[in-house]
Write a protein that binds this ligand. Structure first.
Ligand code: NDP
Length: 286
Protein backbone atom coordinates (compact mmCIF):
# COMPACT_ATOMS: atom_id res chain seq x y z
CA UNK A 1 0.00 0.00 0.00
CA UNK A 2 1.13 3.58 -0.65
CA UNK A 3 2.30 5.05 2.63
CA UNK A 4 3.94 8.22 3.95
CA UNK A 5 4.71 10.03 7.19
CA UNK A 6 3.98 13.74 7.58
CA UNK A 7 5.72 15.61 10.40
CA UNK A 8 4.47 19.14 11.07
CA UNK A 9 0.76 19.85 10.92
CA UNK A 10 0.53 23.59 10.51
CA UNK A 11 -1.81 24.76 7.73
CA UNK A 12 0.61 23.43 5.08
CA UNK A 13 1.43 20.04 6.63
CA UNK A 14 -2.25 19.44 7.41
CA UNK A 15 -3.16 20.17 3.78
CA UNK A 16 -0.45 17.74 2.67
CA UNK A 17 -1.58 14.96 5.00
CA UNK A 18 -5.15 15.58 3.81
CA UNK A 19 -4.09 15.27 0.17
CA UNK A 20 -2.40 11.93 0.89
CA UNK A 21 -5.49 10.63 2.69
CA UNK A 22 -7.66 11.67 -0.28
CA UNK A 23 -5.29 9.80 -2.57
CA UNK A 24 -5.63 6.58 -0.57
CA UNK A 25 -2.27 6.68 1.23
CA UNK A 26 -1.68 5.09 4.60
CA UNK A 27 -0.66 8.31 6.41
CA UNK A 28 1.22 8.50 9.70
CA UNK A 29 1.32 11.95 11.33
CA UNK A 30 3.23 13.58 14.16
CA UNK A 31 3.04 17.13 15.47
CA UNK A 32 4.56 18.88 18.49
CA UNK A 33 1.07 19.97 19.54
CA UNK A 34 -0.74 16.61 19.29
CA UNK A 35 -4.27 18.08 19.07
CA UNK A 36 -3.49 19.42 15.58
CA UNK A 37 -3.54 15.80 14.39
CA UNK A 38 -7.05 15.07 15.72
CA UNK A 39 -8.99 15.94 12.57
CA UNK A 40 -6.61 13.98 10.34
CA UNK A 41 -6.80 10.98 12.67
CA UNK A 42 -10.60 11.18 12.47
CA UNK A 43 -10.21 11.01 8.70
CA UNK A 44 -8.05 7.87 8.89
CA UNK A 45 -4.48 9.00 9.60
CA UNK A 46 -2.37 7.08 12.12
CA UNK A 47 -1.09 9.12 15.06
CA UNK A 48 2.56 8.36 15.83
CA UNK A 49 3.13 8.44 19.58
CA UNK A 50 6.75 9.57 19.21
CA UNK A 51 9.11 11.11 16.67
CA UNK A 52 10.87 7.75 16.47
CA UNK A 53 7.60 5.98 15.65
CA UNK A 54 6.82 8.62 12.99
CA UNK A 55 10.24 8.23 11.34
CA UNK A 56 10.31 4.46 11.36
CA UNK A 57 6.72 4.03 10.12
CA UNK A 58 7.65 4.85 6.51
CA UNK A 59 10.58 5.20 4.16
CA UNK A 60 9.26 8.58 2.92
CA UNK A 61 8.88 11.28 5.57
CA UNK A 62 7.51 14.70 4.57
CA UNK A 63 8.51 17.58 6.85
CA UNK A 64 6.54 20.83 6.86
CA UNK A 65 7.80 23.07 9.66
CA UNK A 66 8.33 26.75 10.39
CA UNK A 67 12.09 26.50 9.88
CA UNK A 68 15.03 24.11 10.13
CA UNK A 69 15.48 24.89 13.85
CA UNK A 70 12.11 23.17 14.32
CA UNK A 71 13.40 20.16 12.41
CA UNK A 72 16.50 20.00 14.62
CA UNK A 73 14.33 20.20 17.74
CA UNK A 74 12.11 17.38 16.48
CA UNK A 75 14.85 15.04 15.25
CA UNK A 76 16.73 15.46 18.56
CA UNK A 77 13.83 13.59 20.20
CA UNK A 78 14.55 10.35 18.30
CA UNK A 79 17.59 8.08 18.30
CA UNK A 80 19.74 8.73 15.24
CA UNK A 81 19.26 5.09 14.23
CA UNK A 82 15.64 5.95 13.37
CA UNK A 83 16.92 8.05 10.46
CA UNK A 84 18.87 5.34 8.66
CA UNK A 85 17.31 4.41 5.33
CA UNK A 86 14.73 7.23 5.37
CA UNK A 87 14.11 9.81 2.68
CA UNK A 88 13.11 13.13 4.21
CA UNK A 89 11.26 15.42 1.82
CA UNK A 90 11.93 18.63 3.69
CA UNK A 91 9.37 21.16 2.47
CA UNK A 92 10.32 23.61 5.20
CA UNK A 93 11.40 27.16 4.34
CA UNK A 94 14.90 28.29 5.36
CA UNK A 95 18.13 29.59 3.86
CA UNK A 96 20.12 27.71 1.20
CA UNK A 97 22.93 27.21 3.69
CA UNK A 98 20.64 25.65 6.30
CA UNK A 99 19.27 23.28 3.65
CA UNK A 100 22.78 22.20 2.65
CA UNK A 101 23.92 21.70 6.26
CA UNK A 102 20.82 19.68 7.16
CA UNK A 103 21.24 17.44 4.11
CA UNK A 104 24.88 16.77 5.03
CA UNK A 105 23.93 16.06 8.65
CA UNK A 106 21.21 13.63 7.55
CA UNK A 107 23.55 11.94 5.07
CA UNK A 108 25.93 11.27 7.96
CA UNK A 109 23.11 9.32 9.62
CA UNK A 110 22.15 7.29 6.57
CA UNK A 111 19.17 9.43 5.52
CA UNK A 112 18.57 11.27 2.26
CA UNK A 113 17.10 14.77 2.19
CA UNK A 114 15.08 16.03 -0.73
CA UNK A 115 14.89 19.81 -0.32
CA UNK A 116 11.67 21.49 -1.38
CA UNK A 117 10.15 24.95 -1.51
CA UNK A 118 6.39 24.97 -2.00
CA UNK A 119 5.17 27.76 -4.25
CA UNK A 120 1.47 27.69 -3.38
CA UNK A 121 -0.67 28.25 -0.27
CA UNK A 122 -2.24 25.29 1.59
CA UNK A 123 -5.63 25.31 -0.24
CA UNK A 124 -3.78 24.76 -3.55
CA UNK A 125 -2.03 21.58 -2.37
CA UNK A 126 -3.22 18.72 -4.57
CA UNK A 127 -4.47 21.00 -7.37
CA UNK A 128 -3.11 20.71 -10.93
CA UNK A 129 -1.24 24.05 -11.23
CA UNK A 130 0.56 23.82 -7.88
CA UNK A 131 4.37 23.60 -8.07
CA UNK A 132 7.28 23.00 -5.70
CA UNK A 133 10.97 23.69 -6.27
CA UNK A 134 13.04 20.59 -5.53
CA UNK A 135 16.76 19.96 -5.29
CA UNK A 136 18.99 17.21 -3.96
CA UNK A 137 19.70 13.77 -5.40
CA UNK A 138 17.70 13.32 -8.61
CA UNK A 139 17.36 9.56 -8.11
CA UNK A 140 15.63 10.15 -4.76
CA UNK A 141 13.24 12.66 -6.35
CA UNK A 142 12.48 10.18 -9.15
CA UNK A 143 12.03 7.28 -6.70
CA UNK A 144 9.37 9.31 -4.88
CA UNK A 145 7.95 11.21 -7.86
CA UNK A 146 4.48 9.66 -7.56
CA UNK A 147 4.19 10.51 -3.86
CA UNK A 148 5.56 14.04 -4.30
CA UNK A 149 3.16 14.68 -7.18
CA UNK A 150 0.21 13.97 -4.92
CA UNK A 151 1.05 17.36 -3.37
CA UNK A 152 2.23 19.49 -6.30
CA UNK A 153 4.10 19.36 -9.59
CA UNK A 154 7.90 19.07 -9.44
CA UNK A 155 10.29 21.81 -10.60
CA UNK A 156 13.61 19.96 -10.18
CA UNK A 157 16.59 22.35 -10.09
CA UNK A 158 19.65 20.17 -9.52
CA UNK A 159 21.69 18.22 -7.01
CA UNK A 160 22.75 21.20 -4.84
CA UNK A 161 20.39 21.18 -1.82
CA UNK A 162 20.62 24.95 -1.57
CA UNK A 163 18.99 25.49 -4.98
CA UNK A 164 15.39 24.78 -3.99
CA UNK A 165 15.77 27.02 -0.93
CA UNK A 166 17.42 29.76 -3.01
CA UNK A 167 14.75 29.77 -5.74
CA UNK A 168 12.07 29.70 -3.06
CA UNK A 169 13.59 32.66 -1.20
CA UNK A 170 13.95 34.67 -4.42
CA UNK A 171 10.29 34.05 -5.18
CA UNK A 172 9.13 34.83 -1.68
CA UNK A 173 11.28 38.00 -1.66
CA UNK A 174 9.26 39.21 -4.66
CA UNK A 175 6.00 37.94 -3.20
CA UNK A 176 6.23 39.67 0.19
CA UNK A 177 7.32 43.02 -1.21
CA UNK A 178 4.69 42.95 -3.97
CA UNK A 179 1.95 41.87 -1.56
CA UNK A 180 2.97 44.56 0.92
CA UNK A 181 2.72 47.07 -1.95
CA UNK A 182 -0.83 45.86 -2.54
CA UNK A 183 -1.71 46.15 1.17
CA UNK A 184 -0.20 49.63 1.36
CA UNK A 185 -2.21 50.72 -1.67
CA UNK A 186 -5.38 49.39 -0.06
CA UNK A 187 -4.58 51.31 3.15
CA UNK A 188 -4.40 54.52 1.09
CA UNK A 189 -7.59 53.50 -0.72
CA UNK A 190 -9.49 52.79 2.52
CA UNK A 191 -8.23 56.02 4.09
CA UNK A 192 -9.89 57.78 1.15
CA UNK A 193 -13.15 55.86 1.39
CA UNK A 194 -12.42 53.41 -1.44
CA UNK A 195 -13.04 49.80 -0.45
CA UNK A 196 -10.68 46.99 -1.42
CA UNK A 197 -13.64 45.36 -3.17
CA UNK A 198 -14.22 48.47 -5.30
CA UNK A 199 -10.54 48.71 -6.17
CA UNK A 200 -10.16 44.98 -6.91
CA UNK A 201 -10.41 45.03 -10.73
CA UNK A 202 -7.90 47.92 -10.87
CA UNK A 203 -5.59 46.14 -8.41
CA UNK A 204 -5.64 42.96 -10.49
CA UNK A 205 -4.67 44.92 -13.59
CA UNK A 206 -1.96 46.93 -11.84
CA UNK A 207 -0.39 43.88 -10.16
CA UNK A 208 -0.22 41.95 -13.44
CA UNK A 209 3.46 42.62 -14.00
CA UNK A 210 3.95 40.03 -16.73
CA UNK A 211 4.56 42.61 -19.48
CA UNK A 212 7.24 44.34 -17.37
CA UNK A 213 8.96 41.10 -16.34
CA UNK A 214 9.17 39.85 -19.92
CA UNK A 215 10.39 43.24 -21.12
CA UNK A 216 13.00 43.70 -18.37
CA UNK A 217 14.40 40.16 -17.93
CA UNK A 218 16.37 40.04 -21.21
CA UNK A 219 17.66 43.56 -20.59
CA UNK A 220 18.80 42.73 -17.05
CA UNK A 221 20.47 39.56 -18.34
CA UNK A 222 22.23 41.56 -21.08
CA UNK A 223 23.23 44.42 -18.73
CA UNK A 224 21.28 46.75 -21.03
CA UNK A 225 20.01 49.64 -18.89
CA UNK A 226 19.34 52.36 -21.46
CA UNK A 227 16.64 54.76 -20.30
CA UNK A 228 14.71 54.63 -23.56
CA UNK A 229 11.30 53.88 -22.00
CA UNK A 230 11.75 54.58 -18.29
CA UNK A 231 14.21 56.56 -16.21
CA UNK A 232 15.10 56.46 -12.53
CA UNK A 233 14.63 60.25 -12.35
CA UNK A 234 11.00 59.70 -13.46
CA UNK A 235 10.67 57.04 -10.72
CA UNK A 236 11.95 59.52 -8.09
CA UNK A 237 9.36 62.13 -9.11
CA UNK A 238 6.61 59.49 -9.20
CA UNK A 239 7.48 58.08 -5.78
CA UNK A 240 7.54 61.60 -4.32
CA UNK A 241 3.92 61.96 -5.48
CA UNK A 242 3.06 58.60 -3.88
CA UNK A 243 4.76 59.66 -0.65
CA UNK A 244 2.88 62.98 -0.50
CA UNK A 245 -0.45 61.29 -1.28
CA UNK A 246 0.25 58.70 1.42
CA UNK A 247 1.05 61.36 4.02
CA UNK A 248 -1.99 63.45 3.06
CA UNK A 249 -4.08 60.31 3.60
CA UNK A 250 -2.66 59.85 7.11
CA UNK A 251 -1.22 56.46 6.15
CA UNK A 252 2.15 55.05 7.28
CA UNK A 253 4.75 56.13 4.71
CA UNK A 254 7.64 53.81 5.55
CA UNK A 255 7.14 51.59 2.50
CA UNK A 256 7.09 54.28 -0.24
CA UNK A 257 9.81 56.18 1.70
CA UNK A 258 12.06 53.08 1.51
CA UNK A 259 11.34 52.72 -2.22
CA UNK A 260 12.09 56.40 -2.82
CA UNK A 261 15.36 56.10 -0.91
CA UNK A 262 16.47 53.24 -3.20
CA UNK A 263 15.56 55.23 -6.31
CA UNK A 264 17.48 58.26 -4.98
CA UNK A 265 20.51 56.02 -4.44
CA UNK A 266 20.22 55.12 -8.12
CA UNK A 267 20.37 58.81 -9.03
CA UNK A 268 23.35 59.38 -6.68
CA UNK A 269 25.14 56.48 -8.39
CA UNK A 270 24.80 58.36 -11.70
CA UNK A 271 21.83 56.39 -13.10
CA UNK A 272 19.20 59.16 -13.15
CA UNK A 273 18.82 58.89 -16.93
CA UNK A 274 19.09 55.08 -16.98
CA UNK A 275 16.32 52.49 -16.81
CA UNK A 276 14.88 51.22 -13.53
CA UNK A 277 16.77 47.99 -14.23
CA UNK A 278 20.03 49.74 -13.28
CA UNK A 279 18.76 49.48 -9.69
CA UNK A 280 19.65 45.77 -9.84
CA UNK A 281 23.32 46.80 -9.91
CA UNK A 282 22.78 49.43 -7.21
CA UNK A 283 21.13 46.84 -4.95
CA UNK A 284 23.85 44.26 -5.60
CA UNK A 285 26.47 46.75 -4.44
CA UNK A 286 24.60 47.58 -1.19
P1 NDP B 1 3.68 27.06 10.38
O1 NDP B 1 4.74 27.99 10.86
O2 NDP B 1 2.27 27.29 10.81
O3 NDP B 1 4.11 25.52 10.68
C1 NDP B 1 4.25 25.24 11.89
C2 NDP B 1 4.62 23.80 12.08
O4 NDP B 1 5.95 23.77 12.58
C3 NDP B 1 3.70 23.24 13.13
O5 NDP B 1 3.57 21.86 12.94
C4 NDP B 1 4.50 23.55 14.41
O6 NDP B 1 4.16 22.74 15.47
C5 NDP B 1 5.89 23.23 13.91
N1 NDP B 1 6.94 23.84 14.73
C6 NDP B 1 7.35 25.13 14.75
N2 NDP B 1 8.35 25.28 15.64
C7 NDP B 1 8.58 24.05 16.19
C8 NDP B 1 9.49 23.55 17.14
N3 NDP B 1 10.39 24.35 17.73
N4 NDP B 1 9.44 22.25 17.44
C9 NDP B 1 8.54 21.42 16.85
N5 NDP B 1 7.65 21.83 15.92
C10 NDP B 1 7.68 23.13 15.60
O7 NDP B 1 3.79 27.03 8.86
P2 NDP B 1 2.85 26.45 7.70
O8 NDP B 1 2.22 25.17 8.05
O9 NDP B 1 2.01 27.57 7.21
O10 NDP B 1 4.01 26.22 6.63
C11 NDP B 1 4.97 25.20 6.78
C12 NDP B 1 6.15 25.52 5.87
O11 NDP B 1 5.67 25.71 4.54
C13 NDP B 1 6.88 26.81 6.26
O12 NDP B 1 8.26 26.62 6.08
C14 NDP B 1 6.34 27.83 5.27
O13 NDP B 1 7.28 28.88 5.01
C15 NDP B 1 6.11 26.97 4.03
N6 NDP B 1 5.08 27.52 3.17
C16 NDP B 1 3.89 27.94 3.71
C17 NDP B 1 2.91 28.50 2.91
C18 NDP B 1 1.62 28.98 3.49
O14 NDP B 1 0.90 29.70 2.78
N7 NDP B 1 1.26 28.58 4.70
C19 NDP B 1 3.12 28.66 1.45
C20 NDP B 1 4.37 28.09 0.97
C21 NDP B 1 5.31 27.57 1.82
P3 NDP B 1 2.98 23.19 16.49
O15 NDP B 1 1.68 22.88 15.79
O16 NDP B 1 3.23 22.40 17.70
O17 NDP B 1 3.13 24.69 16.71
Amino acid sequence: MKSVTVIGLGPMGSAMAGAYLRDGYDVTVWNRTPARADELVARGARRAESVEAALTANELVVLSLTDYDAMDAILAQAPESALAGRTLANLTSDTPDRARRAAAWLAGRGAVQITGGVQVPPPAIGTPDAMTYYSGPEDAVEAHRAALEVLTGIDYLGADHGLAALYYQIGIDMFWTALLGYLHGQAVAEANGISAADFLPRAVKTMDLRYFLEFYAPRIAAGHHEGDVDRISMGVASLEHVLRTTRASGVDDSLPAAALEIFRRGVSAGHGQDSLTSLVGVLKRS
